[in-house]
Design a protein around this ligand. Sequence first.
Ligand code: NAD
Length: 341
Amino acid sequence: MNPKSNAAYDGHEDVVFVGDEALGYKGIIAIHSTALGPAAGGCRIWSYDRDEDALTDALRLSRGMTYKNAMADLPLGGGKAVIYKMGPDRAACFEAFGGDVESLHGRYITAEDVGATVNDMKIISRSTSFVTGIPKEEGRAGGDPSPWTALGVFLSIKGLLGGSVQSRTIAVQGAGSVGRHLCQHLVDEGAKLIISDVNTTNLARIEPLGAEVAPVDQIHAVKADLFAPCALGAGLNAKTIPELGARIVCGAANNQLATEEDGARLVAAGITYAPDYVVNAGGIVMVSCEYLGEAAEAVDAKVRAIAPRVLAVVEQVRREGVSPHLVSDRLVRAKIASARK
Ligand code: NAD
């Protein structure tokens, strides 16, 4: 696999192929940019049809982290790890991965992402200090980032709906770590939920909240005030955008747009889209506070700053009539260029 010949390559500073044949573990650590600080981003555990798809994901996700961290005003660059082959001894694989992270001497800081847990991070910490998402003593930032991601998404949804979710219908795609916490916030403040998930165990945890369940291939199309993608990426594409049942999209999933053109497609369809990496920064805000040894209150204040940022981007998109990512990407590129100077 050659990163430079992959279409998702974007001048990444470093792409490291890691693994241990005896353990059956293989992964990729992609460092997109360290212009604003050490490259931070979670570790995704996923299996792909082709190894090249794992590389594409690592390249896209790490670039996304550069943009997300810059947009959230964090002193961090962008990186991401993907473990695409996990051997039978999961703990040993994570310990080996920790050694690989350590060998980068702090240029990459890892955390949880899809498929990884707080316990996995604890195991990684046996072999590196460049890991976050681990519970700390009372009052200090640390632990599972997903409740913070969910809070940032929830407050953004509330803002986009004019300050209240009371009696509004929200379609949530994916009832995993973030989706579950998001659903709880929504129900606590009087919203009606429609949810879908391919995993019936995760779905069953949400149903007691009074949620209606939609088929997995229909959740984007159900009639709702807002659609919240909280599963995997590329859910907004040429097929789904014309079928959207809500006029506003705001969710946690990374890389929601399948292609750049889908941003323009949403604008043309009159859909308000909150750019994913602006909305879903709550987890990385927590990671940053943990890494810097800050107090838990600092996380709350910084996560509450996400929704106003989302609303400002959406407002600018309305004024300029351009694709939402163009507005936020422009802001980020200016920050990086000024840091490089
Ligand atoms: P998770 O693995 O806990 O949950 C994802 C859920 O989506 C699972 O329940 C899974 O079964 C479900 N799912 C998968 N494919 C689906 C489909 N086609 N339709 C419906 N459901 C489907 O992951 P998470 O931590 O909740 O993250 C969710 C999304 O948010 C991911 O894209 C992740 O990259 C992004 N994100 C997460 C965080 C965080 O703090 N965890 C931070 C930023 C962004």
